[in-house]
Design a protein around this ligand. Structure first.
Ligand SMILES: [Zn+2]
Ligand SMILES: [Zn+2]
Length: 285
């Protein structure tokens, strides 16, 4: 293990929360979703087995919260076999350095996300001018500097399989970030969508606070490629998932999910894309 691992220079606590914070939902017997302030982490594996993984790693300064959620479900001293990332934004890797140091487990992400996870490249600056509410306005304080996971970070296998998640395959769903991936399990139609689409209007503090359920495209302030983001949503809708666990908001399932995803695809411009913002004007960048 590499002891020389660190967060980016702009790492800090973000004072934003929701009523779901601290709450866990067992979506399926082997899928547990826990909310850290405004973002979800997911534990994949049955509680009576020793084999499970952690998908995403929460908000800055949330490592202890994540460890308690893990130990509550899997027992004191338990640890996942790996941490699998949908992408590397600050709200999905916020506790990861402490977690890797404590558990000494590998982290997997898409190759295009590695520059942001190995200290090489910062994410583009969030767009506070984007159409949207208070969370968008707060976005300049969000950390974008790369974290460095050293040799603990590994590329997801190119054949679509995911280490320690045998029935799942990863699907490249860029747009929100270049190496964003979603995880799909064919046999029961379970989709872990990350931020490819979410079930809460993440830009609006009131909606984040109350977690009012409403399908939405990827969080706007950090999405830089809307053409790719739309294609990614189409790709996921084609799978016709039965249950979706998203990076933000409550899980959505059944007819509600089907009809909402259809709506998101047909009305992507209206629902997902902001009317204005720096990654919209002049067609991305
Ligand atoms: Zn994100
Ligand atoms: Zn997010």
């Amino acid at each position: 293990m590499d002891s020389n691992i660190s967060y980016g220079d702009d790492y800090k606590f973000i004072p934003a929360t929701s009523i779901a914070s601290g709450i866990g939902i067992e979506v399926l017997p082997d899928i547990y979703c826990h909310t850290v302030q405004i973002v979800n982490i997911c534990l994949v594996g049955k509680p009576d087995s020793n084999e499970f993984v952690l998908v995403d790693a929460g908000m800055p300064h949330s490592a202890n919260d994540i460890i308690s959620a893990v130990e509550k479900r899997f027992g004191t001293g338990s640890k996942p076999s790996a941490i699998i990332l949908t992408h590397g934004h600050f709200d999905h890797v916020g506790g990861i350095i402490e977690l890797v140091n404590k558990w000494e487990v590998p982290v997997y992400a898409h190759s295009l996300e590695l520059p942001f996870l190995t200290g090489k490249e910062s994410y583009p600056k969030p767009d506070p001018t984007v159409e949207g509410g208070m969370v968008a306005k707060m976005s300049p304080m969000f950390p974008i500097d790369p974290i460095n996971l050293g040799n603990n970070i590994k590329e997801l296998p190119s054949d679509g399989t995911i280490p320690h998640m045998p029935d799942f395959r990863w699907i490249h769903t860029p747009g929100h970030s270049p190496g964003h991936v979603s995880f799909y399990r064919e046999k029961d139609g379970l989709l872990i969508a990350g931020d490819a689409f979410v079930t809460v209007k993440q830009e609006y503090l009131y909606k984040v606070l109350t977690q009012e359920q409403e399908i939405s495209g990827p969080p706007r302030y950090l999405t830089t490629d809307w053409v790719a983001a739309r294609e990614s949503v189409e790709k996921l809708a084609e799978l016709n998932p039965k249950i979706a666990v998203t990076g933000h908001g409550l899980p959505m399932s059944g007819d509600l999910l089907t009809s909402n995803l259809r709506l998101l695809v047909t009305d992507f411009e209206k629902i997902a894309m902001p009317d204005y913002g720096k990654y919209i004007d002049g067609h991305n960048q």
